[in-house]
Design a protein around this ligand. Structure first.
Ligand SMILES: Nc1ncnc2c1ncn2[C@@H]1O[C@H](COP(=O)(O)OP(=O)(O)O)[C@@H](O)[C@H]1O
Ligand SMILES: [Mg+2]
Length: 407
């Protein structure tokens, strides 16, 4: 995925991992004006937006109004992630498979929906807007549902994001993400992945942001891949364009693979962590070439070329994560391990100070490799991991293992 077109790379704000390949600039991702000023001053040829918040705040609109090239959906289009109400209404209006839901704008109406018995338990209560991944609450009974409604609409835990909520049917099945790039018309699917959200081996314990991932996914064969493209991704992109919201950027579709087929849980307008780490290791095409041609709207004949090899990522997490954990633990062996041929270590929660690396988050590092097959890939990663250590470090030793349905 490395590009010959790259002269210089800046990351704002970046992290100690990007420090080695880029110049980190201390501007926050939400500081749109400062970022646009910086891009103008440095004559940046292409800006690629990582997180969703600046997209929903209109960073693409700001850059484009100044004639700066930027990769990502504009503010109106990013509503697909920024508003779950918009996304649900969009899905319903176009008969794209998704969980049944009711949208309400007051706690009284929410309770009426509970009373109506349209949804059995468990059900899901979701805040409309962004809530840093905390706004979707699975409720196993009436009491929990009322507590969730109260938290979001009365206590206003997520502020304006909770002005409207969805009461949603709980879908059973295997959850997966499906990531593509789009220019609004053409779709460039990424290779499939399977991630492991639970903190402990055997997919036990509370969910995390993700403890590891492999590619390809053992659950998405060619037929299912085509079905997802045809029944979900293509209509999503096409109908967005028809509604005047040309989707240029990363489209991450969160899916539940149910007995009735794949259904949309939500859309994101960003890559997946950790899924995208094994994905990029398999990308053979020049990434900047693809991104630029999407921005310049001449990607029609392009294709992303992928390695047939497998790939994987194992996350090294802080002691206690996903509950309380301490930061600031010194990381040993990181540089040596990062230098092992075929091993790539991505930084998540790290801090660099006076030549040393320290932990600075729950998920600290992602140790990745891509080899001929999955077992060789995992062997490479698990042989490398003991080279790294920090107090409390834990990771799953069964990334890639397939857990049968039914828990
Ligand atoms: N209808 C549903 N049925 C079952 N699980 C769900 C449903 N909606 C959400 N979830 C679970 O909750 C998680 C978070 O919900 P999501 O809609 O992705 O919101 P967000 O990522 O913005 O918090 C999902 O990853 C999924 O595990
Ligand atoms: Mg989600």
């Amino acid at each position: 995925a490395q590009s010959s077109q790259l002269e210089k790379l800046f990351c704002a704000p970046g992290n100690p991992g990007t420090m080695d390949i880029a110049e980190n600039v201390s501007i926050e991702a939400e500081d749109i004006k400062a970022l646009a000023d910086f891009a103008e001053k440095e004559r940046i040829g292409l800006t690629v937006v990582g997180p969703e918040l600046p997209l929903t705040l209109g960073i693409v609109d700001e850059f484009e109004s100044r004639g700066l090239k930027i990769f990502g959906p504009d503010q109106k289009t990013a509503e697909l992630e920024g508003s779950k109400v918009f996304a649900k209404q969009f899905l319903e209006r176009h008969n794209i498979p998704t969980a049944r839901a009711r949208i309400v704008d007051s706690p009284e109406k929410a309770v009426e929906v509970l009373d109506s018995g349209q949804f059995s338990f468990p059900l899901v209560v979701k805040a409309d807007g962004l809530a840093a991944g905390k706004g979707a609450i699975i409720c196993k009974d009436r009491e929990e549902a009322e507590a969730a409604i109260n938290l979001i609409m009365v206590e206003k835990k997520f502020g304006e994001s909770g002005r409207r909520i969805l009461v949603e049917e709980f879908l059973r099945g295997r959850e997966t993400s499906f990531i593509v790039l789009s220019d609004g018309t053409n779709i460039f699917p990424f290779v499939t992945t399977m991630d492991h959200k639970a903190v402990y081996e055997g997919d036990k314990g509370p969910n995390t942001g993700g403890m590891g991932a492999i590619s390809p996914s053992p659950f998405i064969d060619e037929d299912l891949f085509s079905q997802i493209m045809e029944s979900i991704v293509l209509p999503s992109v096409t109908h967005m364009r028809e509604e005047g919201r040309k989707y240029k950027g990363v489209l991450y579709v969160g899916l539940m693979l149910t007995e009735e087929g794949p259904k949309v849980l939500e859309y994101n307008c960003r890559f997946g962590d950790p899924e995208t780490q094994p994905q990029v290791l398999r990308m053979k095409s020049d990434f900047i070439d693809i991104l630029l041609s999407i921005v310049e709207e001449n990607a029609g004949k392009k294709q992303i070329e992928w390695s047939p090899n497998a790939s994987a990522c194992v996350v090294l997490a802080s002691g206690g994560y996903p509950q309380n954990y301490e930061k600031g633990k010194k990381i040993e062996g990181l540089e040596e391990t990062s230098r092992i041929p075929g091993v790539t270590v991505f930084h998540a929660g790290t801090r660099y100070q006076n030549g040393e690396y320290y932990t600075n988050g729950g998920r600290v590092l992602g140790v990745c490799a891509s080899e001929e097959d999955l077992s060789k890939t995992l062997e490479k990663i698990y042989t490398a991991i003991p080279g790294i250590s920090f107090e409390g470090m834990h990771f799953r030793k069964d990334i890639g293992a397939v857990k049968e349905e039914g828990k």
